[in-house]
Design a protein around this ligand. Sequence first.
Ligand code: PMP
Length: 315
Amino acid sequence: MAKNAPYAWMNGKLVPWEQATMHIATECVLRGENVFEGERAYWSEAEQELFIFRHAEHIERLRQGARIMRMTVPYSDAEIEEACISLIKACGYRGPVHFRPVVYFDQGELTDYLPSEIKTGMFILAFSKPSTKSIETGVSTCVSTWRRNSDLASPSRIKSGANYHNSRLAYIDARLNGYQVPILLNAAGKVAEGPGACFMMVRKGKVITPPVTADILESITRETLIEAIQAELGIEVIEREIDRTELYVCDEAFFCGSGHEVTPVNSVDHYDVGEGKPGALTRRIQKLYFDIVSGAVPRYRHWLTPIYGNAARKT
Ligand code: PMP
């Protein structure tokens, strides 16, 4: 579990961790009515700088989710960026950071108000969070009996707190059955994604990932890898539906996401993926990803936002 941070940012102010509280009558507390982002910042020892990865794209997605929810984001992009930077600086992090900007519905009634009439607020949490051990070891997975949220019910495209009820059910079930991470199918029975990351597999030398219409979150890591795998490794990435049984015959597989980074999948439903350990191409993709996020690949430097100002901004 992530440790408490010294500060949080809440509705325009940096506040000590203990004071970052919210009333129990808000829609956010009662119904999980929020839209949020999970972003990472990476420390570059060489440049003595902390870089946020693809911040603009995260905020664009936050706004997209808020739009679908007809929710007003109460701050401008510049104000949100400044808030994220000020919080991370105040916490004094000089290592990997995971942070969450969250826009929420305040007090209201589900039945009485148009969503646009319900006040919204915003808070940001930032944690010191190194990569998980699973990056090295890989994970065992199963196909969950729970289906991914459908676009016509609780759209997976929106990164809303309420959607993670679905992820939690799938996680708990997988863990009770002895697996580490579930893979969720969508209502059509095709592979959607993991509970907190997108899914990619390798078959016959090509990387394959479900399309954005498969009831997945429009992942920024997925988009990053689709571009970088083709441009830097010269390997084709195909966006298409994936059948359940393809999981049992693929050569390699991995989850990708800001939090999970590139996490190898060792097995699905007790079928070994490849040799039952992280595959060679997955390892190359991991390396490429970590090189990009840490600023080592000049071509992708425009995706990095420096926090402390030790490196030139958006070089
Ligand atoms: N799917 C779900 C359900 C997620 O929670 C996440 C993590 N935000 C992802 C995919 C990956 O998205 P991203 O690469 O933008 O972090």
